[in-house]
Design a protein around this ligand. Structure first.
Ligand code: FAD
Length: 235
């Protein structure tokens, strides 16, 4: 059913109007687009975005919508290196009022039930969790959800840190910043020991990292059905 919904959503392309951009860190940029009233998504889902202002090869990329629907803006946050792809060069050229095409939202990477949940972000994989946590803050139901975010970045370049800390203070969501796999494994072990089989695990980030954490969890006897993955290829 959700596959059918996704298939229909992918064919519905709409123009979204560029508003503004900002640099989050040395190699991470945020782009904001107007959200029309009828457009909505579930926090954590992604869209397919197509460059429209010029012809380029491979003009489509999937990106998480890093904002919550309650924020009334479409936020994309992406890593852009010193030698960007044609797609990302085109993103950096956007001026206010220009458009990109969006199809979707698609995907099932969103919270469904109130289980104790560990959100595990590797680097740029923080994008869906920013949306999810912002939405929980807006709905004011963090206490029911028992959310703990583990945000790992070996360079300790934690984008959104101020925002996440502010939400953590107000909305009883735990956020822990980590810079090594060992520290991450320790946190996971504490959670699995205290929650047993009732916990859910959401993993987002570069595909190799997501795959290796998923394998680690399964070796810790976490059932596969309790693990949800958003694997970003291209990193
Ligand atoms: C569901 C989802 C959500 C995402 N959300 C974000 C986000 O919020 N922020 C963000 O920065 N990135 C996100 N990504 C990754 C993003 O779509 C791009 O792949 C990434 O930014 C690299 O794009 P690029 O233009 O820099 O490099 P590219 O030129 O696209 O590619 C870099 C490398 O990846 C390889 N590659 C390209 N496409 C594929 C593919 N389909 N399968 C395997 N390898 C491939 C290429 O061969 C090349 O070696 C997401 C990906 C997915 C699937």
């Amino acid at each position: 059913m959700s596959f059918l919904k996704d298939a229909i959503a992918v064919f519905k392309k709409k123009d979204v109007v560029f508003l503004d951009s900002q640099k989050e860190s040395d190699d991470v940029y945020t782009f904001l687009f107007e959200k029309e009233n009828e457009l909505t998504w579930k926090a954590g889902q992604h869209g397919l975005f197509t460059i429209a202002h010029k012809k380029i090869k491979n003009s489509i990329r999937p990106f998480t919508v890093a904002s919550a629907p309650s924020e009334n803006v479409i936020q994309l946050t992406m890593r852009i290196s010193d030698t960007p792809s044609e797609f990302k060069k085109a993103m950096l050229e956007l001026k206010q009022g220009m458009t990109v095409k969006m199809s979707g939202p698609v995907g099932n990477f969103y919270l469904k039930e109130n289980h104790p949940t560990l959100l595990i972000a590797g680097g740029i994989g923080i994008t869906p969790f920013r949306a999810i946590i912002k939405q929980i803050e807006a709905e004011g139901n963090a206490a029911e959800k028992q959310i703990h975010l583990l945000y790992m970045d070996s360079e300790e370049s934690f984008i959104f840190k101020d925002e996440l800390d502010a939400i953590a203070n107000n909305a009883s969501i735990r956020v822990t910043y980590l810079n090594s796999r060992d520290a991450l494994h320790q946190e996971i072990e504490q959670f699995t020991t205290s929650i047993k089989n009732d916990g859910y695990y959401y993993l987002a980030g570069p595909k190799p990292m997501v795959d290796s954490i998923s394998t680690y969890l399964q070796n810790q006897r976490v059932p596969k059905r309790n693990i949800k993955k958003d694997a970003f290829f291209g990193y």
